[in-house]
Design a protein around this ligand. Structure first.
Ligand SMILES: [Zn+2]
Length: 211
């Protein structure tokens, strides 16, 4: 690539190039996960008690364990398929989650360690949510439309991001998991119980079919 004489333009071109390289790396990452035999982790289904427990913050001593779990968590999320998976959903009581909206079919994996919602918009947004821990169940959930989220990534770098749309909903959903909160906890008791009964029935049927 030719270097632009304009340092600003060169900076922008450099950044665009860096983004392209980054994107290629993500594609390879997903392709590798899909192609290899990285083992997936069992996803806990409601009413597993771990899903209702508050996870504890990730400490420096936990980072090796977190990094060791990440490839299997990504493999589990992509194969499910899902756009978010929080550690408690695979039985790990630590405050971290992974997210990838796969916007435009492109992988953009995000690892959020000790994520925190630091600001919420007053404006609310309603969208349909589902959860890998409540397979086959969906409901409209109303949450703040925009949030600011602070987190640390797997390399230990700190981030502060503003999110709206699907990402805002997804981040709130995943961070809720770290507090033992499920999307059905945002619904009326009537709707929640309806979903829980339906899930229990479907899980029973699945077990019967498997026998
Ligand atoms: Zn979920």
């Amino acid at each position: 690539m030719l270097e632009s004489p304009d340092p600003v333009a060169r900076g922008a071109a450099g950044r665009a190039h860096a983004r392209a390289v980054d994107r290629d790396r993500r594609y390879r990452y997903i392709a590798e996960i899909m192609a290899t035999t990285i083992e997936t982790l069992p996803i806990l289904i409601v009413p597993s008690p771990i899903l209702k427990a508050r996870a504890r913050p990730v400490a420096a001593d936990d980072m090796d364990r977190v990094r060791d779990l990440l490839p299997r968590m990504y493999a589990t999320m992509y194969r499910a398929p899902g756009i978010g998976l929080a550690a408690p959903q695979v039985g790990v009581g630590l405050r971290f989650t992974i997210v990838d909206l796969m916007a435009d079919g492109r992988a953009a994996p995000m690892t959020l360690i000790n994520p925190e919602v630091t600001a919420r918009s007053e404006e609310l947004a309603t969208r349909e949510e589902g959860c890998l821990s409540l397979p086959g169940q969906y409901a409209d959930v109303t949450r703040p439309a925009r949030v600011s989220v602070r987190y640390t990534d797997a390399e230990g770098a700190r981030h502060q991001i503003e999110a709206d749309g699907l990402l805002a909903a997804c981040l709130q959903h995943e961070i809720d998991h770290l507090d033992g909160v499920l999307f059905i906890d945002h619904l009326s008791a009537l709707k929640r119980n309806m979903i829980l009964r339906r899930l229990a029935k479907e899980q029973r049927q699945k077990r019967t079919e498997a026998m």
